[in-house]
Design a protein around this ligand. Structure first.
Ligand code: 5AD
Ligand code: SF4
Length: 470
């Protein structure tokens, strides 16, 4: 392979937003080596599956996809062509060599800490070697990754993910993350600011800061001082063009006063917070090694509401953790009502080999999990619709992100991350404008533009003025 042969790349992303971010950065790492992204797998010379190991279903999906890819490669070879197959992400990290054993068609396997080495790994695989690289290398991958070209960034949208922290030290007893992603590492402040600056210069208006435990962020600044997430958000909000900041996902114990003050003081920090509790019963929280009780979590919620009274809450829940009784589950239902979540992700407990939960007695039967999940989902859907209805009649600042499905329509998001559709000209894309919410649909809102200013490059100020009005 020469540097100049155009090659076609298809990355299929499973799992969380951190994988979405990683997939984009892999594409950025390969772009200078002549790899161009294609929309369908069948057109690609290199297919990478960027995998998720969090639940059994997620990791099993990878192996069925690998079966299909093997077939695709055989068809290619019959035509005298070839296809390279890579497996990245958390399944790669967790299973390493085992993947090549189970799916011999795979050419290379690499973990979340080695994708900056992708060009070199591909070159080795081209020479016929099976390449497995799941090291946690000494060097910082972020220092070795090229920035995306402006047009590439913009094509990905006006909202961007930015990983600021990786790994987790909490060791919840159900979770593989501390094993697959390793211990907590925060990116240095200046490195994050530089990346955000590049995104803003390309036209990005909203950042979602990512980390497995993002509110534990403690990156070093240029003077070697440790900076928390609140201060990082304040620094990011100063970048011209960055109008909105979100972050996910957080642990209740890391909701520091510094971060809450940022929620109180920073207009750019959006009033929508994903803060998982996982379960409502103290007995189950203890077995989960969450390190907090339900009352302690509720106290955190009170502090959040005091700092930002209009905060909309979101969370994660696991039903059917080992030993969970009907009474324990009722406490989860109660916490859902007490917090009044505007949305939540819900999961049936899935045994993850190597985690303490896997060897616990009293595993809950599948039908019981299914029934609890359904009740929980019904409750959360009811609350989500009620939350959507509660904003009807209000005027919200909406970041216009893209054209709508019909001509003459545009779509964007409210501060509470609700999708809003409305009639309007495409020239408003990229602006934050006041929109009256006239109707709540199942998963989105219908709005009417209140006033339309001319495109205004200084609309950060405009957005802050709007936010101050609601
Ligand atoms: N089974 C079910 N859900 C899980 N999660 C993490 N591990 C498991 C598991 N073993 C859920 C948690 C976490 C989210 C990302 O995935 O709710 O917050
Ligand atoms: Fe997993 Fe989150 Fe618990 Fe860390 S805090 S172990 S990532 S569930």
């Amino acid at each position: 392979m020469t540097e100049h042969t155009p090659k076609k790349l298809f990355i299929k992303t499973y799992g969380c937003q951190m994988n979405v971010y990683d997939s984009d950065r892999m594409a950025d790492a390969l772009a200078p080596h002549g790899y161009e992204p294609v929309q369908v797998m069948e057109d690609a010379d290199l297919v990478v599956l960027n995998t998720c190991h969090i639940r059994e279903k997620a990791s099993e999906k990878v192996f069925s996809e690998l079966g299909r890819l093997r077939q695709l490669r055989e068809e290619r070879r019959a035509l005298g062509q070839d296809l390279m197959i890579g497996v990245a992400g958390c399944v790669a990290q967790a299973e390493g060599d085992e993947i090549v054993r189970r799916a011999p068609a795979v050419d290379l396997v690499f973990g979340p800490q080695s994708y900056h080495r992708l060009p070199e790994l591909i070159a080795r695989a081209h020479n016929g070697a099976k390449v497995v690289n799941t090291d946690f290398p000494e060097e910082d991958k972020f220092e070795h990754l090229p920035a995306a070209r402006k047009e590439v960034t913009l094509a990905r949208g006006l909202t961007a993910f930015l990983t600021v922290q990786e790994g987790c030290d909490k060791f919840c007893s159900f979770c593989v993350v501390p094993y697959t992603r390793g211990s907590e590492v925060s990116r240095p402040v200046e490195q994050v600011l530089r990346e955000a600056q590049n995104l803003a210069e390309a036209g990005v208006r909203e950042l979602t800061l990512l980390g497995q435990n993002v509110n534990a962020y403690h990156g070093l600044d240029a003077r070697g001082r440790s900076v928390g997430l609140g201060e990082l958000c304040a620094r990011l909000a100063e970048i011209p063009g960055i109008a909105r900041i979100r972050y996910t996902t957080s642990h209740p114990l890391d909701m520091t006063d510094e971060l809450l003050e940022a929620h109180r003081d920073l207009d750019a920090l959006m009033p929508y917070l994903h803060l998982p509790i996982q379960a409502g019963s103290d007995r189950i929280l203890k077995a989960m090694n969450r390190r907090h009780t339900r009352a302690e979590y509720m106290r955190v919620i009170e502090r959040i509401m005091a700092a930002r009274p209009d905060m909309a809450m979101s969370g994660d829940f696991i039903v059917g953790f080992p030993g969970e009784t009907d009474a324990d589950f009722e406490e989860t239902m109660q916490v859902v009502r007490d917090v009044g979540y505007a949305s939540a992700y819900t999961f049936k407990y899935s045994i993850r080999p190597g985690t303490p939960g896997a060897s616990m007695a009293d595993q809950v039967a599948e039908p019981v999990k299914a029934e609890r999940l359904k009740r929980l989902n019904d409750q959360i859907n009811t609350q989500m619709h009620a939350f959507h209805r509660s904003v009807v009649g209000r005027t919200l600042p909406v970041l216009i992100e893209k054209p709508g499905r019909q001509p003459g329509q545009i779509g964007g998001r409210s501060p509470y991350l609700q999708a809003v559709h409305m009639e309007g000209p495409a020239r408003l894309i990229g602006q934050i404008i006041p929109v009256e919410i006239v109707e709540a649909r199942n998963n989105s809102l219908i709005g009417k533009i209140v006033t339309v200013g001319e495109p205004n490059p200084a609309s950060v100020i405009e957005s802050q003025a709007i936010a101050a009005h609601i």
